[in-house]
Design a protein around this ligand. Structure first.
Ligand code: ADP
Ligand code: ILO
Length: 344
């Protein structure tokens, strides 16, 4: 297929715009992974959505090597992680220091920690085909429905779910939205809603999204600010799932995910937290967040706005730092944000 160097506007801020030079484009434009994934597919989300912050997606493990001249500088800038660095994992809750307190409970509305995972030896979502997606859904939902105790629950496919139930799950922050334009352009919404769904336990404190941006998003969440308890549940759940599902992992990049921001731990540990005063001093808010490697989002997920002075605060780093460090970043930053809010 013949295609040309994309014409980015001068205002484009994405890492794709920054690092896709005409030379890199020429060197990579004819390349294809063994699953047939091309540069054109890898950059389409950022080309169609010039307001992207990153703009690229991998179609399979091989994409990270084949398109390395583009992916490596993006990974380096986002994670501060070099080509010779090795990812380290530590998912041991005993190594986390995140005690809850009455002050934290006063400010934190809810806590959620998720990790992304993809099944070994299959393409990632942007390059997966319909049959492979169904295979993931079938094998993963079967493994999940065999879990017991607190993790025991039911799988609900999106296909056949009523609009009312689906919208309620989204409104309650349990389920992903439909029609995300970044995922659409990355090829991640093909054959929607087939093969997608959500597993959860009765209490909805342990949930797994199947075949959204990653094949699994394993989630532990609950009301209030007990970050230690949420991390402990997630660590246990991941260990249990790993007994029956093999995940795609690289010594260098850790857990492989379709978006390079999620590589490594693939972990986003977040709180919904009331910070109405800091919300009126965004400069100070952002300075504290940046010092603690945190990201500020609105309360309906990425690319959404804050409501009623409540923000979604999460770790920004995920690669080259352990799972424990991701959550420790979030916890330490939240303590600092609460102190700043109290001083105003
Ligand atoms: P991801 O965490 O997978 O990157 P999003 O930012 O899109 O995804 O968030 C997914 C959903 O999880 C959204 O409905 C969001 O409001 C919800 N969510 C995230 N953090 C929390 C939290 N701490 N408490 C409750 N819901 C949360
Ligand atoms: N492709 C989008 C999102 C990047 C990071 N977030 C997620 C959900 N992967 C962008 O480049 O802004």
């Amino acid at each position: 297929m013949h295609y040309q160097f994309p014409a980015f506007e001068k205002t484009c801020q994405s890492l794709l715009c920054k690092y896709l030079t005409p030379e890199i484009f020429e060197a990579l434009k004819e390349k294809k992974t063994s699953h047939g994934y091309t540069l054109h597919q890898a950059i389409n989300s950022g080309v169609q959505n010039p307001d992207s912050s990153i703009g690229v997606y991998a179609g399979d493990a091989e994409s990270y090597a084949l398109f390395a001249p583009l992916f490596d500088p993006i990974i380096q800038e986002y994670h501060g992680f070099g080509v010779d660095d090795i990812h380290q994992s530590n998912f041991n809750p005993n190594d986390l220091h995140a005690p809850s307190s009455s002050t934290m409970e006063e400010y934190i509305v809810s806590t959620r920690i998720r990790v992304g995972r993809n099944v070994d030896n299959l393409p990632l979502g942007p390059a997966i085909n319909q049959a492979q997606r169904h295979e993931v859904e079938m094998n993963v939902s079967r493994a999940l429905e065999a879990l017991e105790g607190e993790l025991g629950g039911t799988y609900f496919p999106l296909q056949g779910m009523s609009e009312t139930d689906r919208n309620q799950l989204i409104a309650d922050h349990f389920l992903f939205k439909a029609g995300d334009r970044f995922l659409e352009a990355a090829g991640l919404n093909r054959d929607w809603p087939q093969g997608r769904g959500i597993f959860h336990n009765n209490a909805k404190t342990f949930l797994v999204w199947i075949n959204e941006e990653d094949q699994l998003r394993i989630i532990s969440m609950q009301q209030g600010g007990d970050i230690q308890a949420v991390f402990t549940r997630l660590s246990h759940a991941v260990r249990e799932i790993e007994k029956s599902v093999g995940f795609s992992y690289s010594e260098h990049l850790g857990y492989l995910t379709s978006c390079p921001t999620n590589l490594g731990t693939a972990m986003r540990a977040s709180v919904h937290i009331k910070l109405p005063k800091l919300g009126h001093d965004m400069k100070r808010f952002e300075a504290i967040a940046s010092q603690h490697h945190l990201q500020i989002r609105g309360i309906h997920g990425e690319h959404s706005e804050s409501e009623g002075g409540i923000y979604d605060i999460s770790n920004r780093r995920r690669l080259g730092v352990s799972e424990v460090q991701c959550v420790q970043d979030m916890y330490d930053g939240v303590v600092a944000l609460i102190a700043a809010e109290q001083s105003l």
